[in-house]
Design a protein around this ligand. Structure first.
Ligand code: MLT
Ligand code: MN
Length: 305
């Protein structure tokens, strides 16, 4: 199994267009060296044969991600049609803007399968903009929770509920950030010889999830914020990670502690917000996550299992 992190950042990317807080400020004119290579928004590509790829989450940066990833570019020359793409399937883990907007960049009459739960498809169905992605050649395929599905030859995915919430643009007066259902899912990706988990959004490590992940070879996990109150501390927002449906890395309920005894061989943080101090390779927070056995993802990071 080949996995390529197309975008390691959370919504907004690194730097974020309107942000002058520490990490983002390091990119703007007149500033010193950037804190880390710039990062695009949340997406992962997976393949067994290197020819057909599953893209998990279609970020607003998808076009740039394809430009940066030869494996996802059209094949040229004899035998290849004038219109082709190695992207054979797209799967969504929620209906958030940073995970669905890239679908609009795949609207030029190219066939692929679009996989999501019925609940996430509902969100797309309610938005007529997505009709630009022609259903006749891009079938919206429903995948039930906990039902293994071979989405590409030799590549089976199983979606499972993780605590989360509805997309920001669908929030009402009160928001349940611990919703377990079809709105926020994790993905188990399996081939004949390898198994990995992709969970870019998760509000809490509930016991059933911990048991599912125990002993896994690879987990790519929600790394949105280091401190739950990081955006408030930085003065860039009023929301905690918990309110956004993301568990922090640090703290007694954080992901560092939650994974401590799970025996997961390779732990990779993805969906990292631009405020997160782990972006800084020289920072204490990066040292702390690495000491705990984690890797901080970067755009183009490739893993072979
Ligand atoms: C999130 O991960 O919390 C969302 O992507 C936020 C957003 O919609 O910008
Ligand atoms: Mn997001």
């Amino acid at each position: 199994m080949r996995l390529i992190v197309l975008g390691a950042a959370a919504g907004g990317g690194l730097p974020q267009w309107n942000c002058a807080a520490a990490n983002s400020a390091s990119y703007w004119a007149g500033s010193a060296t950037p804190v880390a290579p710039a990062a695009t928004q949340s997406s992962l590509a997976v393949s067994v044969d290197g020819a057909r790829w599953l893209v998990l989450n279609a970020s607003p940066d998808l076009r740039a991600q394809i430009m940066a990833t030869p494996a996802l570019q059209p094949r040229t020359g004899n035998g290849h049609g004038l219109r082709n793409s190695p992207i054979a399937a797209v799967m969504l883990t929620n209906g958030d803007i940073d995970h669905v907007v890239g679908l609009l960049s795949l609207r030029e009459g190219q066939a692929f399968d679009l996989w999501a739960t019925a609940g996430i498809h509902d969100v797309l169905d309610q938005n007529p903009l997505f009709e630009a992605v022609n259903r006749a050649i891009v079938p919206r395929r429903i995948i039930a929770l906990d039902q293994p599905m071979e989405v590409l030859p030799g590549l089976t995915t199983t979606l499972f509920a993780v605590p989360g919430k509805v997309p920001l643009y669908m929030e009402g007066e009160s928001v349940d950030t611990q919703l377990m259902g079809e709105q926020t899912v994790g993905v188990e990706i399996a081939t004949a010889t390898a198994r990995a988990f992709y969970i870019p959004g998760c509000a809490t490590m509930v016991p059933a999830l911990a048991e599912r992940l125990r002993g896994a070879a690879l987990v790519l996990f929600d790394g949105t914020v280091f401190h739950d109150d990081e955006m408030i501390r930085e003065g860039v927002g009023h929301k905690t990670g918990a309110r956004m449906g993301h568990m922090a890395m640090a703290g007694p309920d954080g992901s560092l502690a939650a994974f401590d005894a799970l025996g997961v061989a390779l732990r990779v943080y993805v969906h990292i917000n631009n405020t997160n101090p782990v972006w800084n390779p020289a920072g204490a927070e990066r040292a702390a996550v690495e000491a705990a056995g984690w890797t901080v993802a970067h755009d183009g990071m490739e893993i072979t299992l």
